[in-house]
Design a protein around this ligand. Sequence first.
Ligand code: PLP
Length: 407
Amino acid sequence: MTTPVRQSGKLRDVLYDIRGPVSARAAALEAEGHRILKLNIGNPAPFGFDAPAEILQDVIAGLPTAQGYSDSRGIQPARRAVVHHYQLQGGFPAIDIDDVWLGNGVSELISLALQALLDNGDEVLIPIPDYPLWTAVTNLAGGVPVHYRCDESNGWNPDLEDLESKITDRTKVIVVINPNNPTGAVYARKTLTGIAELARKHGLVLMADEIYDKILYDDAAHVPMASVAPDVLTLTFNGLSKAYRVCGYRAGWLVVTGPKENARDYLEGITLLASMRLCPNVPAQNAIQVALGGYQSIKELILPGGRLLEQRDTAVGELRKIPGVSVVEPKGALYVFPRLDPDVYPIHDDQQLALDLLESEKILITQGTGFNWPDPDHLRIVTLPWARDLSEAIQRIGTFLSTYQQR
Ligand code: PLP
């Protein structure tokens, strides 16, 4: 008799539904020859978003000299470029090259930062809805994710009272995702100041995931968390995946600000873990300097007449035509997070809804509970397809919903 090989118990609470069972079903349908419209992942390339040519040129030119491992924290010119990038932003605290770690995307750095900090049972305050990697990694690192609510009726801003009420003597970190995935909210300075105040008062570390900081619509302005909390240990995460459209390269960075001398032991822990993964992907590190220092083509996509702005408008406009569906207009990022009124759509299992939509329409979306939202009444749709395709897809979702009945 053979003993079954089982996954580790450490994975018990680790979920990542954006690429979960509904995606697996979509892959099976594709294998059968169906064409699936993938509105589930913020992956710009398949929708015809090219990276700036100069980034490709520098990566190609650097390939012959990118064969070896690099320094585990990343190559000097890229880390220097990250330093310059923040120094040119008024208000960001002073940093130096030793405050920068490069990684295989922000994802890897989130993992290093939490693994290096958390002891079993330590609590991490994470917004809901969340980008679920934060909750998953906290669980994997032995921590306890404690979710604070963002308030849909207040533009999906964090509810600071709820946040404060969840601080305990085991709390170590407040996570802020701004601009937010999945809601597209861009937080006001006042909100960020309030969060900084709580971190200061309770001696907490701030972790700010700002990967969408350049994808802003209308008059939205991004305020870096570190700029309002120069006296609080703050880890800022960012990278090239979204604004520079090279998520396949896996290039991200982590910048530490605040009282670093007080955190030397923790930061050495991050460096230890960084050295255990040897180094980030070296060819991709060559993209960082040219991306940050070069022409910021993202602006053409988000300003009036820009493709991303037009698609955001289309998504919001089409969703609002569907009876019983409402949506807070996103001010940043690449997603809409509409609400299905439970009185009109009595859904008790939103993963089943996503599966049924996939079978019927061959459209792949992510259910709201995949973002740790507690109620089965939201969906997340990416706004990357051309406006015409997005419009047609959302109309088809509306038609599907009009007759949908869940058993
Ligand atoms: N953080 C947020 C909020 C995201 O939405 C994503 C990807 O969608 C990531 C991090 C991961 O980014 P990366 O490609 O740099 O790993």
